[in-house]
Design a protein around this ligand. Structure first.
Ligand SMILES: Cc1ncc(COP(=O)(O)O)c(C=O)c1O
Length: 342
């Protein structure tokens, strides 16, 4: 039995999702007549109480299109130094939007009103113009920690005072919502645009959604096409998205409970120096200084446990739809065998 904890992107569609994909009514989405894509976009927009949505291939694409639509060349984007949009999207803010970045050093990747205020550029011809603030929820590099609506509201106020737009990288937003009990509508009211991933905790093979005003999504559709992201019978994939929104949100609690159990198992390992607080489905732990994460991950893989190095001494495990109680049981056995061997 392979224990794959590299990411929540490794899941395979469940039979019900595959069935929905087989049954999908499709058209040509570039020509604007794929009914299943339209149904998914409408469903997502309504869920958040926003005007429109756009189905895209990936979270990188939805984030990058959002930055491109919000910013003009020479603008400046405020985000945390740990944010995916800055760290892991190939320098896309510079490439796609010709914009610069001001990085905050938040706690576990979270921005606060003060951190944002400090990074707002003065009205000075030497400076780029602050335009956009990007938040990430949950924060991947922060170990799956999340914002609450009041925390975001405080950041929104600063944005309003300074004429800044606010974008959410909500790749794992539903993991946050299931913990806080807050509603998607509250998010729809706070953000100018929201990116949601269907291919992570929600278990779809492919796909992300960008949500915003009708005018914003109209512009976003242009850039999706320009990036080569216009797709044809995408309804087969959109059907998976509809299935996921209907069936895979509430079950995220199970992933969180299993992540916490993994945390308990890690506490027994002498090589683990620190475990980040486990808030959702991401477990990050720090190894003793004499152990390199890359070596450790290689050794785990040889024992049937797949993980990713997340820094020189940091390792990440992510729980997901295909990580069951049986896998947890097996993980527990494998880790105690390790302790006995060493
Ligand atoms: C927080 C966050 N945002 C965006 C992305 C990008 O998503 P994709 O891999 O679909 O491009 C990821 C992917 O891991 C992520 O963790």
């Amino acid at each position: 039995m392979k224990i794959d904890l590299r990411s929540d992107t490794v899941t395979r569609p469940v039979p019900g999702m595959l069935e929905a994909m087989f049954q999908a009514e499709v058209g040509d989405d570039v020509l604007g007549d794929d009914p299943t894509v339209q149904a998914l976009e409408t469903k997502a927009a309504r869920l958040f109480g926003m005007e429109a949505a756009l189905f895209c291939t990936s979270g990188t694409m939805t984030n990058q299109i959002a930055v491109r639509v919000h910013c003009r060349p020479g603008d400046d984007v405020i985000c945390d130094q740990l944010s995916h949009v800055y760290l892991y999207e190939g320098g896309g803010i510079a490439v796609n939007a010709l914009a610069s970045v001001s990085l905050a050093q938040g706690v576990r990747g979270k921005l606060t009103p003060d951190l944002v205020r400090e990074l707002i550029q003065p009205d000075d011809i030497h400076k780029p113009q602050s335009r956009l603030v990007c938040l990430e929820n949950t924060v991947n590099k922060g170990g799956g920690c999340y914002y609450t609506v009041p925390e975001i509201n405080a950041v929104r106020k600063v944005c309003d005072q300074h004429g800044l737009r606010l974008h959410l990288d909500g790749a794992r937003l539903f993991n946050a919502l299931i913990e806080t009990g807050e509603s998607p509508e509250a998010y729809g009211q706070l953000f100018d645009s929201i990116s949601l991933c269907l291919s992570k905790g929600l278990g779809c093979p492919v796909g992300s959604l960008l949500i915003g005003s009708a005018e914003f999504i109209h512009q976003a559709r242009r850039f999706r096409k320009l990036m080569g992201g216009g797709w044809r019978q995408a309804g087969y994939l959109a059907a998976a998205g509809i299935y996921a929104l209907d069936h895979h949100i509430n079950r995220l609690k199970l992933d969180h409970a299993r992540a916490r159990k993994i945390g308990q198992l890690l506490e027994e390992l002498p090589e683990v120096a620190e475990i980040y607080p486990i808030d959702t489905n991401i477990v990050i732990f720090r190894l003793e200084p004499n152990i390199l994460a890359a070596d450790y991950v290689e050794e785990l893989a040889a024992n049937g446990i797949l993980a990713v190095p997340f820094g020189k001494h940091l390792v990440r495990f992510v729980t997901h739809l295909d990580f069951t109680d049986e896998h947890l049981e097996r993980l527990s056995e494998l880790l105690s065998e390790r302790v006995q061997r060493n």
